[in-house]
Design a protein around this ligand. Structure first.
Ligand SMILES: Nc1ncnc2c1ncn2[C@@H]1O[C@H](COP(=O)(O)OP(=O)(O)OP(=O)(O)O)[C@@H](O)[C@H]1O
Ligand SMILES: CC(C)(CO)[C@@H](O)C(=O)[O-]
Ligand code: BAL
Length: 412
């Protein structure tokens, strides 16, 4: 690192002890080469890594996660890797966003598998770790322009934009050698004041609250959720100081709230424009990938795509030629009907739904809300409106969320 502190540099762990794997989509990881992704555990290590990146003029993208990775997460990381020379994936199961009765202790923790999956996003050879191995051919997004040289210079550029062979980063001189690092702090690192983190009535310390936006939909169903998310993301942004941040559309309310947060707190890392929302990755059944899908039994998995079908029914109704004069209530009713029909199917003795038999399906909400104000839409929707059709259902003891956008799209 720039500080030249060899002890600290060595103490950054790598996942070398893990079985190395490749990931080819939804199937199991398979054996692969010998790369090592640095795992940063402390704030000191992270700050030194960040300084080295800044000193070298390397742009940093961050992908905050709670681990238990799936293709949705990997797509966020892939995008950041393709756009920026350095990516930090944060992996922290944040206690503050789980109410005491929620599933903090059960939340899937699959660190070794996560590291194996991430490893497959990197080129299989370790020396040198050229960005070209990632299929990255454009360097326009670098904050600091590369050192002057002729456009016809055929030498490959290294991470810092200089010639590959002369870069200390390429010669194992520092952890910015790896295009991807994982920041996996303990709760004490993220909450140095310690104390109660779930029962917020007893919490002593700071928290970040977005009043007026965080209380509807997901916020109504999970009253402390957005306070926990806003607090931890503010901390992660302060710790990583990312130039760009990536979130998934699957949690659309969270992502839009975080855009408001960085705007209202006047954050510069990232700016609101550099907080990107990427489309939801789905299984072939339409089910949005989610770490909590791991809780689902086979019959529950069979039933789960019903949420996507319900939201699609609402969106299709708006898109249909009959959409003139259509109201928010009509859209909610269309979505709700799909859920109710499914419940009936499950309960019917002559059900054609053998595979979903016995599954307890409960609607939490279907809602249509304005993209800008988060106001639930009631009465005529009107034409050319940009809004979100969102929903949450309980499938057994697992709560699933999903959404579709109408009149606008997230980043592609
Ligand atoms: N299917 C998906 N497509 C795109 N992004 C996703 C998808 N699932 C999660 N993400 C995004 O990944 C980031 C990390 O999410 P998180 O670790 O909570 O995973 P998750 O699958 O959403 O888990 P959970 O089951 O707790 O909702 C968030 O920005 C989230 O929106
Ligand atoms: C953004 C986040 C990582 C904050 O803990 C979490 O809410 C998530 O994974 O969506
Ligand atoms: N992806 C959202 C994280 C949570 O439900 O806690």
């Amino acid at each position: 690192m720039a500080s030249g502190n060899e002890g600290e540099r060595r103490s950054i762990q790598t996942c070398s002890s893990l079985q190395q794997t490749t990931y080819s989509g939804s199937s199991k990881p398979k054996a692969n080469g010998g790369n090592k992704i640095p795992v940063i555990r402390t704030l000191g290590q992270l700050r030194r890594w960040r300084k080295e990146a800044r000193d070298k003029g390397l742009e940093v993208g961050v992908v905050p996660t709670m681990g238990a990775l799936h293709e949705g997460h990997l797509n966020l990381v892939r995008t950041s890797l393709a756009r920026h020379p350095l990516t930090v994936m944060t992996l922290f199961v944040n206690p503050m966003q789980f109410a005491p009765h929620e599933d903090l202790s059960a939340y899937p923790r699959t660190f070794e598998r996560d590291m194996s999956l991430l490893q497959t996003l990197l080129p299989s050879t370790t020396q040198p770790r050229s960005l070209r191995g990632l299929g990255v051919s454009e360097f326009d997004s670098f904050r600091t322009p590369p050192s002057p040289r002729s456009a016809s210079d055929p030498r490959p550029r290294s991470l810092n934009g200089n010639s590959q062979d002369s870069s200390p980063a390429m010669n194992g001189g520092g952890v910015v050698d790896s295009p991807l690092v994982v920041f996996a702090p303990t709760p004490d690192v993220m909450y140095p004041l310690k104390g109660e983190l779930q029962d917020l009535g007893k919490h002593r310390g700071l928290s970040v609250e977005l009043r007026g936006w965080g209380e509807v939909m997901e916020g109504a169903s999970r009253p402390q959720f957005f306070k926990g998310v806003a607090t931890v993301c503010t901390k992660l942004f302060n710790a990583v100081e990312p130039d760009h941040a990536y979130f998934g559309q699957k949690d659309i309310q969270q992502a839009l709230l975080l855009k408001i947060l960085v705007q209202d707190l006047l954050l510069s890392h990232p700016t609101p424009d550099n907080l990107h929302i990427l489309p939801t990755t789905r299984s072939s059944t339409g089910l949005a990938l989610s770490s909590r899908n791991a809780y689902l039994s086979p019959p529950e998995l069979h039933v789960s795509p019903v949420l996507y079908r319900a939201l699609s029914a609402a969106k299709d109704l708006y898109a249909s030629s009959a959409s003139e004069g259509i109201t928010g209530e009509d859209l909610i009713a269309a979505g709700t009907r799909v859920i109710l029909d499914e419940q009936e199917q499950i309960l019917s003795p002559s059900t054609s739904m053998e595979q979903g038999r016995g599954v307890e399906l409960q609607l939490d909400y279907i809602e249509v809300f304005d993209k800008y104000t988060f106001e639930p839409i009631r009465g005529p929707v009107g034409e050319g409106r940009e809004f979100v059709v969102a929903g949450a259902v309980w499938v057994g003891k697992t709560r699933l969320i999903d959404n579709l956008l109408v009149g606008w799209e997230v980043d592609q």
